[in-house]
Write a protein that binds this ligand. Sequence first.
Ligand code: FPP
Length: 242
Amino acid sequence: MAIFSKKNQDTFTDAQDFTVLPEHIGIIMDGNGRWAKKRGLPRTAGHKAGAEVFKSISKECDRLGIKYATFYAFSTENWKRPQSEVDALMALFKNYLLEAKADVKAAGKIKLKFIGERKGISNDLLKLMDEAEEETKDHTGTTVYLAINYGGRQEITSAVNKLISSGKKEITEQDISDNIFTVPECDLIIRPSGEQRLSNFLLWQSAYSEFWYSDVLWPDFTNDDLHEALRAFENRNRRFGA
Ligand code: FPP
């Protein structure tokens, strides 16, 4: 039985409180800019607050025993944002990876992986990403996929191109599944901030995803919000088209 206390405080919700948990959740971390604007702060302050929430929610996924969690951190379209905002986001990714490196235990048993196009990302960030994957590869907790420079259409297009260059004449669904980033099928997609769009996130892997939306802006998203999404998922009747 889950005992919910006030927002942002400990909730005594455990994996056993759910009859079923999603294996893989995808989270679109949206609303940082609006959160900052409401406070008269620069957008980058919203991203900074959002990065803290990413850290706490990824740890909560691990504590609950969720197998995979994919966080949409930077899309292929986000390069169009002002350079100062792009730089601030890249700096946040680097800081997080440096922090995780300095104190691997701080990230718990989380296994870090990255999806997205490497081209365009600076060499120093790529190096930190590679090191983080290597250093956490034996971790047994949640696999956290950080989607950086990621776009679902780009992912599928590049899989098709790989198959064409390999000489394939006819492409099957399995071929595409085998050639996109190795992220499992997504069970639940969570999008805070009131928007109800997929925004080019996990297009292939979300074919049978359940969706959960909330008006909460990402920097205000708490463990309780995650539990609410999981509670909603538990009550969905998934038929996979049958
Ligand atoms: C979309 O909200 C959010 C992003 C483009 C960036 C998401 C990145 C983070 C939360 C930082 C993650 C940090 C680490 C360490 C992984 P928006 O800025 O478009 O918000 P708005 O729609 O309110 O303007």
